[in-house]
Design a protein around this ligand. Sequence first.
Ligand SMILES: NC(=O)c1ccc[n+]([C@@H]2O[C@H](COP(=O)([O-])OP(=O)(O)OC[C@H]3O[C@@H](n4cnc5c(N)ncnc54)[C@H](OP(=O)(O)O)[C@@H]3O)[C@@H](O)[C@H]2O)c1
Length: 243
Amino acid sequence: MSAIKGIVLLSGPTSGLGLELLRLLGQQDVALVVVGRKLERIGDVLAAISAPVHRIEFDLAEAQCPEKTEQLEKALFEVLGKIGLDRLVFASNAGIVEPIGQVGDVPVSGFNAPLAINLLAPVAMTNACMRYVKSVNGRLFVLNVSSGAATRPLPGWAAYCSSKAAARMYFDVLGCEAPAIVRIQHFDPGVLDTPMQAKIRAASEQQFPLVQQFSALKNEGRLKPPLEVARQMELRIMEWLQQ
Ligand SMILES: NC(=O)c1ccc[n+]([C@@H]2O[C@H](COP(=O)([O-])OP(=O)(O)OC[C@H]3O[C@@H](n4cnc5c(N)ncnc54)[C@H](OP(=O)(O)O)[C@@H]3O)[C@@H](O)[C@H]2O)c1
C-alpha cells in the first residue's frame, strides 16, 4: 500500500449509499473512521479493508441528549488524534426520512429523531473535526449528503425537509466562517434504490400524497443504484485528498 492520503469519516456505513461508499473507500489509501450503530452487521466488510479502520459505535438518535453528543465528540476527537493526519474528509451520510406524515398529524416529539440524526449528530461530529484540524493545522472537506428535500418542500416530509435544510445551512455557515481550512460540498444523490426508499413507499397516501410517484419510480426501474452514486462521492473525496 502507498502512503495514506488522509482520513475519511463516514457516518451511516451500514446500509444503502454509505455501505457502498465504505466498500469503495476500503480499496483506497485512506484511514477510515466509521460512525454508526450495530456495526457488527458490517464486520465482514470492515475486516476485508486493509487500511486502518476505526469504529465508533453510536446510535445517532441519541444526539438528542447533550451528554451523548459530548461523548460522540470526545470519542471522535480522540480517534482522529490517534490517526494524526492533517487532511480530513467528513462524508456526512447517515440520515432518516421518518416520521412521514402531514403537519398536524406528527407530534412535536416526532421531530426529535430526525433532528438528532440529520442535524445534531453532524454538528457534534463537525465540532470534533474542526477542533482536530485546527490542532494539527490541517484542512477539512465536508461532503454533506443532502437531498432535493433540503431546498424543496414536499407534503408529508416536514421533519425530513426541515432537518435536511437546517444541516445544509449549518454547513454553509461553517464554510463562510472558515474558508481557509474548510471546503463544503452538498451532494444530492437523487432517488436511490436503498432501504430509505422502501420506507417512503410504505407510507400511506394520507401520510405522503406523492407515494404513488415514488412507487412508480421503483416499479419502472428508475431508482439509481447506490453503488453508481457512491462512485461519484468517492471521486470527489479522492480528488480533494490529492489536491
Ligand atoms: N434514498 C434516497 O432516495 C435518498 C435521496 C436523497 C438523499 N438521500 C440521503 O442519502 C443518505 C443515505 O441514505 P440511504 O438512502 O443510503 O438510506 P439508508 O439505506 O436508510 O441508510 C441510512 C444510513 O443512516 C444510518 N442511520 C439511520 N439512523 C441511524 C441511527 N439512529 N444511528 C446511526 N446510524 C443511523 C443507517 O444505519 P442503520 O443501518 O443502523 O439504520 C444507515 O447506515 C441520507 O442522508 C439520505 O437523506 C437519500
